[in-house]
Design a protein around this ligand. Sequence first.
Ligand SMILES: *Cc1c(COP(=O)(O)O)cnc(C)c1O
Length: 463
Amino acid sequence: MDQRLTTDGSADQTDATRPAPTGPREPGVPDVRRRIPRTDAVLGDPRLLEAAHRLGSGTVKAAVRQAQERARAGAVAPEEVADTAVALLPRTAGGLRSVVNATGVVLHTNLGRASLSAAARQAVQEAAGPTDVELDLRTGVRARRGRTALAALCARVPSAAAAHVVNNGAAALVLVATALAAGKEIVIGRGEMVEIGDGFRLPDLLVSTGARLREVGTTNRTSAADYAAAIGPETAFVLKVHPANFRITGFTRAADAGELAALGVPVVVDIGSGLLAPHPLLPDEPDAETRLRAGASLVTASGDKLLGGPQCGLLLGEEELVRTVSRHPLARALRVDKLTLAALEATLTGPDTPTAVALAADQAGLVRRAERLARALGADGIDARAVESAASVGGGGAPGVTLPSAALSLPERYAAALRTGPVPVVGRLEAGRCLLDLRTVPREDDERLAGAVRSVPGPAAEG
Ligand SMILES: *Cc1c(COP(=O)(O)O)cnc(C)c1O
């Protein structure tokens, strides 16, 4: 069968995926759709053959089909289908796409929170093959999993006698509650019954382990005496949860770890953010070292918030308690993989993380970057302006903290175009403009950002 007679140029398109004809053709308008090359022909392009080895043939075929689709819609010429398919190829075989975070939210949960440092990325790459994660190469004998990452963690928090790492902050809480409090009571202040996001509530998480919650105090005020009155033979531990994503102000009172340590039961503090030591710019964020030194028995935290590492949950504190939780059967179900351990260790021992750099950036430097970008893009006829803006920490942390920043301001239509472009850039909309906040864009990505803006099709000059 001659397929040219029966198809509109793409022999392997089914009728279901082919757009319906849109009425009689205008005489004299050449039917470009007949000239769209067939998939097999496009796949013969040497660049796509090479890509099929690297990415898999399914991925390459999908890019070709998308390119044919664009040609059919008239967005590219039939001769450009192969070039378009090459441009549409993902950089890796995985489905996740690398994006530029220009939202101004340093730890954006929808963008995967912390961006790993170059050192951590390299460590992940190295650990991807067989590694000595559980083997002592010197003796040839099995060794403690992740021992070097745990040692690095303890080195950064001198008051922690021991450490354990699980999948995320929620897992750390679940493990502590299960190992120490199943069938017993956790004493918790009413002002600390937190919903962390996407509908997940810490009280529900804790109760799911078989522990009972003994609530004390009121929403705004809870004293050490409230905790003391609730402690009894059923008490497993007192839990302090940092209200990370909201603030209660006004007539308030809370008991600190030091006061609670005097009550004679273990005090577990969920600090959330993962700061290991105080951060000069975030004085209200709790940190592991200070809480342990004040008398907390255990601290739990996330690895991918202010610590700037991979998603994981940290448990730090007294040796005996850490041993109990890390040997509980559930610990095996919550253990982290070697890639996480590699990234965590490199985060702890390596240079400043992108998170630390983004937090510390000074506004004047950001303004200069925005002005340079605006000038360069303006010279190309793009309506780009440098503006001051307000960035934030995000990741459910440091609510109310504003980080003075600078942004590239573009017409609103750029928002969707940049998000769906070949290098996806996620900005934010403000007062009818698309803002690309530079605090969350590494300086070395400025050219990539400018390239993405230039690639947005549209009028050369805007009115
Ligand atoms: C973020 C957070 C959690 C949950 O940690 P994940 O790593 O997201 O599981 C728990 N408690 C507090 C106080 C938090 O801020």
